[in-house]
Design a protein around this ligand. Structure first.
Ligand code: IMP
Length: 183
């Protein structure tokens, strides 16, 4: 018999628990987009997605932000293929845009320990933006070890490893349409 893919196991075999449904995600992203629209009206922010995890979230979010904005992408790595942070952040792809004097929104998939946003905060503050705010689709409040404010949070979730909607396990399962807990 053909071996089941990890995708099939999640979607069809019920081996994973749904934490956030597609409807919940859509509704929350619409609210977040509205809030950002109101907060940034009259400005032209640059929204920078932190790859790879935030690509889906940012793509959906900006369709609900009804002002002029720019996008860019940055790629960092802290986890490798593990389920726990390696404690070290590496820059894998830098942005191209000029940041000085700009209103910057850094868009993350998930804040776990906060190590990644700590690294990004230091890097971007050194570039003298007009303002810098973080947006995160998910946050695990029990794990966070940083005081850096996250202005826009999609959902607070328990300390469990999640996949789907951009979030991976060993680089796969990002294409799942909802968020699932890997048991
Ligand atoms: P932090 O630096 O500890 O806050 O970790 C942030 C990064 O770890 C995220 O951008 C994700 O790439 C990854 N990460 C943390 N928790 C999870 C999870 O539950 N599933 C998938 N990736 C995660």
């Amino acid at each position: 018999m053909k071996q089941r893919s990890e995708f099939e196991k999640v979607v069809y075999d019920g081996g994973f628990r749904t934490l956030l449904s597609r409807d919940q995600i859509d509704q929350r992203i619409r609210e977040m987009g509205k809030q950002i629209t109101e907060d940034y009206r009259g400005k032209q922010p640059i929204m920078i997605a932190v790859l790879n995890g935030a690509f889906l979230f940012m793509a959906d979010l900006i369709r609900h932000v009804e002002i002029d904005l720019e996008v860019d992408f940055i790629k960092i790595s802290s986890y490798g293929d593990a389920k726990v942070s390696s404690g070290e952040v590496r820059m894998l792809k830098d942005i191209n845009a000029e940041i000085q004097g700009r209103h910057v929104l850094l868009v993350e998939d998930i804040v776990d320990t906060g190590l990644s946003i700590g690294f990004l905060h230091e890097k971007f503050m050194a570039m003298q933006p007009a303002s810098l705010r973080f947006v995160s689709f998910l946050i695990k409040p029990e794990n966070v070890k940083t005081d850096i404010p996250i202005h826009y949070i999609g959902f607070e979730i328990p300390n469990e490893f999640v996949v789907g909607y951009g979030l991976d396990y060993k680089q796969i399962l990002r294409n799942l349409p909802a968020v699932y807990v890997m048991e």
